[in-house]
Design a binder for this molecule. Sequence first.
Ligand code: FES
Length: 169
Amino acid sequence: MTEIRMRVNGVVESLDVEPWVSLLDALRDRLGLMGPKKGCDQGACGACTVIAGGVRINACLALAVQYAGKEITTIEGIAQDGDLHPLQAAFVRHDGFQCGYCTSGQICSAVAMLAEHAAGMPSAVTGHPRDAAAAAELSDEEIRERMSGNLCRCGAYNGIVDAIKDVAG
Ligand code: FES
């Protein structure tokens, strides 16, 4: 057992974990955060997506001990002062889900993706750096490519893209 501390949704948590425990299992089983979902448990579906130090990761592929001292945000920490995050509200407005199992991962991924976009990351479609005008526009194709690590078995992709475009402006 190793004692680690990490800041989860703004709260410093201390937990004892074996070195083989995934971040996903630590969040769910040790901290009781059931928002991050276990779908495939092998990095293929994105249901477990959380934000670690501003970067979206598949928590099922990460060891908890790797994230000692890090800042983790799960869907439970996305809402702001009791109000839905704009992306959460947009998912509701645009029916960006059906069963909802993938939704926490979709929203965490989208929050981080919009931050990447605002920071002017190269196009996920062309790989080319984007000028300011291109950076301001987030095409459907760009959104679908950037969100391709998050699967929705209900096929709510059109609503998901519309919700993200709505918030991206
Ligand atoms: Fe982690 Fe599917 S549960 S990617």
